[in-house]
Design a protein around this ligand. Structure first.
Ligand code: NAP
Length: 165
């Protein structure tokens, strides 16, 4: 299983239920990496998608404590562990944790890789964060891309590997 995430220079990922940056090249990469796979996400992240709809051409497993939650095109899991059980038949490299903060934190230790997009800017008023992999034991950088400049910011794709798995 992998996680995929955009962070700012302070490892922030969101503010008031929104993303911090609009990065078209990153969005294309996200789509092509996750397409035809299974994505695991929190209910709040689902609600940030247009119309609250699941991502097309992917199996969407949504984690919520609300036992009555029902959304067309989504499979519902009552916990991160239940989400993994639902996804047990997905090949490891096609299973993606896509946020948000609470779901990344819950499942990070079970991820083999994190496909990180690191923006060279600090967003103001961020309220949701990703764990700082540079300070967590067991995480090493496997690859770093050249910088991409877009919409007034510069960012790089940095792939981290979990050496404990
Ligand atoms: N930068 C990025 O790459 C990226 C990616 C994704 C999201 N984000 C941002 O992250 C923010 C959202 O993150 P978030 O942490 O607030 O919300 P979240 O993780 O998307 O969703 C939280 C919800 O998931 C459910 N949940 C979480 N842990 C659970 C557990 N152990 N058992 C059962 N249900 C559980 C609960 O749903 P119920 O309330 O329904 O019970 C909880 O309210 C937004 O700002 C979003 O834009 C950023």
């Amino acid at each position: 299983m992998n996680a995929i995430v955009v962070v700012d220079s302070r490892w922030a990922i969101g503010c008031e239920g929104r993303l911090l940056f609009s990065l078209p090249t990153d969005m294309k990469r996200f789509r092509s990496l996750t397409l035809n796979g299974t994505v695991i996400l929190g209910r709040k992240t689902l609600d940030t998608f247009p119309g609250g709809r699941p991502l097309p051409k992917r199996r969407n497993i949504v984690i919520t404590r609300n036992v009555d939650f029902d959304r067309e095109g989504c499979e519902i899991a009552g916990s991160p562990e239940a989400a993994l059980e639902l996804a047990a038949d997905t090949p490891d490299d096609q299973l993606w944790v896509i946020g948000g903060g609470s779901v990344y934190t819950a499942l990070l230790n079970k991820c083999k890789r994190v496909y990180l997009t690191k923006v060279d800017a600090a967003a103001e008023n961020a309220d949701t964060f990703f764990p700082n992999l540079d300070k967590l034991p067991g995480w090493e950088i496997e690859a770093t891309s050249d910088p991409v400049a877009e919409n007034g910011v510069t960012y790089r794709f940095i792939d981290y590997i979990n050496t404990k798995l």
